[in-house]
Design a protein. Structure first.
Length: 136
């Protein structure tokens, strides 16, 4: 058996039952070796539609709508943090986050190829020249 530390933030705290503190919950759960992230979600009763930003050991493993980490094998003493789809980006990662290989693959396969924090400028877009000059 392995033990996994789980943090649930925002509305996801309700999946901790009586361990919920309202705004968050902190659990230690045991799983058989070989258990995967999908097994953790099933144990919590958390629908995939509510799972947002996910970190494992401070590494970003999933973003809303990608389901990039469901096959990730859980390890002894993993620390998993789940944020709701409507949650803001965690402040401690304001300068960026280390991406897991599984998430990087999912982002590469997604339309657009990656996440962007600014307006996407397409060739021929009105005002494109102004945007480029303003960013120099």
């Amino acid at each position: 058996m392995i033990t996994v530390e789980v943090w649930l933030y925002g509305p996801l705290a309700r999946f901790a039952g009586d361990k919920s503190r309202g705004s968050h919950a902190h659990l230690f759960l045991e799983f058989p070796e070989g258990a995967r992230m999908a097994d953790l979600l099933e144990r919590l009763g958390m629908p995939l539609e509510e799972k947002g930003i996910t970190f494992v050991n401070a590494q970003l493993t999933d973003m809303p709508g990608l389901a990039a980490d469901l096959d990730r094998e859980l390890q002894q003493n993993d620390r998993v943090a789940f944020f709701h789809r409507r949650s803001m980006w965690p402040f401690q990662y304001r300068h960026g986050a280390n991406l897991s290989p599984g998430l990087q693959e999912a982002l590469n396969r997604s339309e657009g190829g990656a996440l962007h924090h600014s307006t996407v400028v397409r060739p021929g877009a009105v005002g494109q020249e102004d945007r480029r000059e303003g960013s120099r």
